[in-house]
Design a protein around this ligand. Structure first.
Ligand SMILES: C[S@@+](CC[C@H](N)C(=O)[O-])C[C@H]1O[C@@H](n2cnc3c(N)ncnc32)[C@H](O)[C@@H]1O
Length: 371
């Protein structure tokens, strides 16, 4: 799993934690390693939620980030306009094309990229009415990064590879998108880049830590990769929509030459001789990490899901603390009963006296009843 660098350092610097979570202490890279140690289930996540946050500022801050970000995403979802009044496609009847539980992957990844010192802006290609842009603008604001929002703001272009989509589908006009980001996001963090990618991305000259694409089409993905991939920072990552777990991924972590973004990436990376690994995330999104051929992606959906859902209960941490205290109380009750039994049964005067002293301190020794 990926973790913020300062959390890994915290584990490495504590001999007991280093031994207990040796898989975490062995992580030397953000994205991918040639033979990552698999750590058992969610033991480190449990540790962070139960104890770690009381011991480490880095853990506290990360859990708070996940909980508050996910909560904001859900509130945006709650109030964002839901209906596309100019729908042209059965899939654009809704004005929202992504989901909070899906975008938390981007948020956690960006937090980790930031902690590992990966420089650069975030770009969203494919904005529609601006739902995902609203969510990501909060994350960029938190991390102090710019969010570039690149779209035709006229919907999809005509295409010759996928008859499912046609020109003008998923249209969000720029004024409408700007208003949505003003209402639900952090507009001051956002730069707009208007136009179809075959022209608007030419001459792009900013450095990127994350390339997030939600563009549906083979041609659009090709235009984006051609113009933007050279600007992706070392250790920067790609997340793309329309990458389906059961359709687009090989068992070796590559993308298949199927249709749309998956086909475009598989063709582009092969042509350019770029090695990479890809895994499905949730809701039809996938993560693509340029890396060495023998490396494996560290990101784990199960771990994201676990943390996301546990942090979602806003009082999760309090509930954990409560449960621990209840366990502690049970333990001490048992110990006190053992002590009383020792006091009653021992014939050794010194032991009886020592037990009596402790019971007296606890207010449990009463002369008349002899305990
Ligand atoms: C599925 S929608 C994006 C949904 C959005 N991310 C959300 O959360 O609701 C696809 C978007 O990609 C844009 N798009 C696709 N291909 C494009 C291209 N070649 N140039 C510019 N915009 C493009 C469309 O205009 C549309 O806004």
């Amino acid at each position: 799993m990926i973790y913020p660098k300062n959390i890994i350092e915290f584990v490495k610097n504590d001999p007991e934690l280093k031994e207990r979570f040796n898989g975490i202490a062995a992580i030397t890279s953000l994205n991918a390693m040639s033979s990552p140690q698999m750590h058992d289930a969610f033991s480190f996540e449990e540790y962070m939620l139960n104890e770690g946050h009381t011991q480490s500022r880095a853990i506290r801050k990360y859990l708070h980030f996940i909980a508050s970000t996910y909560s904001i995403f859900n509130e945006i979802f709650q109030y964002f306009p839901k209906e596309n009044l100019n729908s042209t496609h059965k899939d654009d009847v809704s004005a929202i094309g992504t989901a909070p539980f899906e975008l938390i992957y981007h948020a956690m990844y960006l937090y980790c990229l930031d902690s590992w010192g990966v420089e650069g802006d975030v770009i969203e290609c494919g904005t529609y009415k601006g739902f995902s842009a609203c969510c990501l603008s909060w994350v960029c604001d938190y991390l102090g990064r710019r969010l570039i929002v690149a779209d035709s703001f006229e919907g999809l272009p005509a295409n010759s590879t996928d008859p499912y989509y046609k020109k003008g589908d998923f249209c969000g006009q720029i004024d409408e998108v700007r208003a949505n980001i003003e209402d639900f996001g952090k507009i001051e963090q956002v730069d707009f880049l208007k136009g179809f990618y075959n022209t608007s991305l030419q001459g792009f000259d900013r450095s990127l830590c994350m390339l997030w694409m939600d563009v549906d089409l083979y041609e659009s993905t090709m235009d984006i990769l051609t113009n933007l991939l050279p600007h992706l920072a070392t250790d920067g990552v790609i997340i793309s929509h329309e990458l389906f777990a059961d359709r687009d991924f090989t068992d070796d972590g590559l993308l298949k030459d199927t249709i749309g973004p998956s086909k475009a990436m598989s063709v582009f990376f092969a042509e350019q001789g770029i090695t990479y690994q890809a895994i499905p995330l949730e809701n039809g999104s996938g993560l693509v990490v340029p890396c060495k051929a023998d490396e494996k992606i560290l990101m784990s959906c199960d771990h994201v899901r676990f943390l996301r859902d546990r942090c979602r209960q806003s009082d999760a941490v309090l509930m954990q603390q409560q449960a621990k205290l209840e366990r502690d109380i049970g333990h001490w009750q048992h110990e006190v009963e053992k002590l009383m039994e020792i006091y009653r049964s021992t014939v050794d005067f010194k032991i009886k006296q020592a037990a009596k002293n402790i019971l007296a301190k606890l207010g449990l020794y009463r002369k008349q009843t002899d305990v």
